[in-house]
Design a binder for this molecule. Structure first.
Ligand code: AMP
Length: 511
């Protein structure tokens, strides 16, 4: 028998098996009326009402619905309920500038846009056929009086989500995830992290980012409670861990550094000792951070590696039984590797050292971009753009990046996009944007600029020029002026040479 693997299995099971449980604890401090504590039955009911509301608008199967929002119960609801009806959810990074959001809405062809009330003013120029502020307007769309039109033929190969991700092009690409991709990712993740109905999951990860790594599906399907947190703040995370008995969280290394800082000022014992397990990815965590998480917080440290394009799960590194008796430093060293392939994943490195992946979680393609899709999937392997090595035990370590991408605070920044923004300043003759190592952000967006003859410009003017053109986190935090930039004989800027001077460890070019 063959039953299509669709994301609706997760909310359906949550309703059937855990209907009476509080499934979502919404953020209390948000501009929209908080949903408060909602059972999985109620979330499923609200999800159907949302589907019926979209039916009434004439927005049916296969249509894209974009949502730009900080973490919120209603965003979670969209992730769970929209693909269940055959619609495609497009979660958008809430830090983007209006032009960037407009591009995504236009490119995805979304006819419906839900906007966080806090972003309403700044995004007012973003147009969509149907636009609703998340809150009262959104609530009025919900139709409880009619049953939604069921998905006519549930198909695991249908697109469930499109996540726009910054890569090697000036414009972000839409990563098209099928139901099957999401299903396999969610289930494999749940198995490796041993998620169960005893878990309380705190959403420390932005839900727009790779659909919160698919964990909304995992936790719903397995009956875990999901607690929403809107703003990432170390002390607030600790308070929520205490208040809600949190057991699982996920996030980039920068999040855990913030928590470690907050823990140093925490009164009394840090909550969650021997109870919490964290899942870290997005950048290679320093082994010092790992040792500190284990010693100072007493939380279990797990690493995964992956990309939006891989749903994201590719490798996992869990503290396995063999590590129990190791010295803390050695344990941390082993946990600092990206990990071994998750079940069902094949991994190898190419001759040039690029990590290549085959898995049921690898994207169907980039939305309306066959050339980029063919390039990424060339030869039947997904090209990660990450450089690394695989040791005798099968553990992958990421040491380099083949793609021109900077990862700062866990978010990808396309160097080309920043270069475009800087270059549009009339005093700039040449520019190269690179990532340089930084304690807090992992990598810091850095612009190296050659000033045009007869012109003058300051670093502050460059930064001011970028503001409003690109999202704040993409704006160079450091600007340096040069007489010239290293080039090849054919005139191509040699980024690796420019980066060299900033990286103290010659084996490592990522942070
Ligand atoms: P994104 O698609 O925005 O989630 O970014 C994916 C990228 O983050 C990967 O291509 C890697 O460069 C980086 N990344 C993710 N996880 C890890 C990890 N555990 N170690 C090193 N880099 C990572």
């Amino acid at each position: 028998m063959r039953v299509p693997l669709t994301t609706r299995d997760f909310l359906d099971r949550a309703e059937l098996v855990y209907g009476d449980r509080v499934g979502i604890v919404d953020e209390p401090n948000q501009p929209a009326p908080s949903l408060g504590e909602v059972t999985y039955r109620e979330i499923a009911r609200r999800g159907r009402a949302l589907q019926a509301g979209l039916d009434a608008l004439g927005v049916g199967e296969g249509e894209r619905v974009a949502v730009v929002s900080h973490n919120a119960g209603r965003l979670l609801e969209c992730l769970l309920a929209l693909p269940s009806s055959g619609r495609v959810v497009v979660p958008v990074n809430f830090r983007l500038q209006p032009e960037e959001v407009s591009y995504i809405v236009g490119h995805s062809g979304a006819r419906v846009l839900f906007v966080d009330p806090e972003l309403e003013a700044s995004l007012k120029r973003v147009e969509a056929e149907h636009r609703f502020t998340i809150g009262e307007e959104y609530e009025q769309l919900l139709r409880y009086d009619t049953e939604p039109v069921p998905w006519s033929s549930p198909d695991e190969d249908a697109t469930a989500t499109i996540n726009y991700t910054s890569g090697t092009t000036a414009r972000p690409k839409g990563v098209q995830m099928t139901h099957r991709n999401e299903w396999v990712n969610a289930v494999t993740f749940g198995m490796h992290m041993q998620v169960s109905d005893r878990d309380v999951y705190l959403h420390t990860l932005p839900m727009f980012h790779c659909n919160g790594w698919g964990l909304p599906y995992t936790t719903a399907g397995l009956g875990a409670r999901q607690v929403v947190i809107r703003k990432i703040d170390g002390a607030e995370i600790l308070r929520r861990v205490e208040q809600h008995g949190v057991t699982v969280m996920a996030g980039a290394p920068a999040v855990w550094n913030a928590v470690l800082d907050a823990a140093a000022d925490w009164d009394g014992e840090v909550p969650g000792r021997d109870r919490v397990r964290i899942i870290v990815a997005g950048a290679p965590p320093p082994s010092k951070t790992i040792a500190r998480v284990e010693a100072e917080l007493g939380w279990e440290f797990n690493q995964i590696y992956g990309l939006t394009e891989t749903a994201p799960l590719v490798t996992v590194n869990r503290p396995r039984a063999e590590y129990d008796d190791l010295e803390p430093e050695e344990r941390a060293r082993r946990l600092s590797r990206a990990g071994v392939p998750a079940l069902g994943t094949r991994l190898r490195t190419s001759e040039s050292g690029e990590a290549l992946v085959q898995s049921n979680t690898v994207l169907a393609g980039y939305w309306n971009n066959p050339d980029a899709s063919a390039e990424a999937l060339e030869g039947g392997w997904f090209h990660t753009g990450d450089g690394g090595t695989i040791d005798d035990g099968g553990y992958l370590t990421i040491s380099d990046r083949k793609k021109d991408v900077i990862i700062t605070g866990g978010e990808n920044v396309s160097s080309i996009e920043v270069e475009d923004a800087v270059f549009s300043h009339p005093a700039v003759a040449e520019v190269a944007v690179i990532g340089v190592p930084d304690e807090k952000w992992g990598e810091m967006v850095t612009a190296l600029i050659v000033v045009a003859e007869g012109q003058q410009v300051t670093a502050e003017e460059i930064v001011a020029h970028c503001r409003g053109r690109i999202a704040g986190y993409k704006i160079p935090k450091r600007v340096e002026f040069r007489d010239e930039l290293a080039r090849t004989a054919t005139g191509k800027i040699q980024k690796f040479k420019l980066r060299e001077a900033f990286w103290p460890d010659s084996d490592r070019r990522v942070n």
